[in-house]
Design a binder for this molecule. Structure first.
Ligand SMILES: [Fe+2]
Length: 243
């Protein structure tokens, strides 16, 4: 199985054509999604159509990524919170901030929910991708020399992330920009993050984010992804993060 593709991915009609009928039937019998419970956390709608990020990201990837993977994190988080009275009523941000003190199921799924909610808003259709604000561009240029040099280092960090995880542009507590990477569904807001800071931009380098279109070519995904980065949103986050 493709790493990062949960069996849940293969349960819907849109994913079924990926498998032979017998294999799909066996997969369905072997793994069923956890029962969905009503909870505090809900799947946010995509801020654009599933096919809006073509050609950088195809519609099927977006549909599965959002509707199944992200939904699975939300469902699992709601189930975990429902089973633990100590967690009830806490915000997603509160859970993420102390993720290292919580059970792995909460850390992973709270992170998954936060990261993907952030990710969808970090992208826009190609025609609306825009450019960094003058202030953000100046900060990037001061740190990396040029926007292209920043992109290259960001892509390199994504390539070096072994297995599944994320690559981030953050602003640290001293106000400095930095490129970081986190494993699994961790993020720079977590107490367990090696480098902490306010995320300004994040890219999902789990194979489920790109495998249908790019297969093993993570580098091509990382370089094409710039076409759909929502620089207006990133610039807003940069402005808000000012000390
Ligand atoms: Fe993802």
């Amino acid at each position: 199985m493709i790493r990062g593709f949960s069996a849940l991915t293969l349960l819907i009609a849109s994913a079924a054509p990926l498998m032979a009928p017998a294999a799909a039937q066996a997969q369905t019998a072997a793994t069923k999604p956890a029962p969905k419970v009503e909870g505090a956390f809900t799947l946010p709608a995509l801020p654009y159509a599933a096919d809006a990020l073509n050609p950088a990201i195809d519609a099927q990837t977006m549909t599965i990524h959002h509707g199944l993977h992200h939904q699975a994190y939300v469902t699992a988080l709601n189930n975990a919170v429902a089973a633990d009275p100590a967690l009830k009523g806490q915000s997603l941000e509160a859970l993420v901030a102390k993720a290292g003190t919580l059970p792995a199921v909460v850390r992973n799924n709270a992170g998954g929910h936060w990261n993907h909610s952030f990710f969808w808003k970090s992208m826009a259709p190609v025609a609306q991708s825009g450019q960094p604000s003058p202030q953000l561009l100046a900060a990037i240029t001061a740190k990396w020399g040029s926007l292209d040099a920043f992109k290259k280092e960001f892509q390199d960090a994504g390539l070096k992330r072994f297995g599944s995880g994320w690559v981030w542009l953050i602003r640290d507590a001293q106000g400095n920009l930095a490129i970081t990477s986190t494993p699994n569904q961790d993020n720079p807001l977590m107490d367990v993050a090696e480098v902490k800071g306010t995320p300004l931009l994040g890219n999902d380098v789990w194979e489920h984010a790109y495998y249908l279109k790019y297969q093993n070519k993570r580098g091509d995904y990382l370089s094409n992804w710039w076409q759909v980065v929502n620089w207006q949103k990133v610039s807003e986050r940069f402005a808000k993060s000012a000390r």
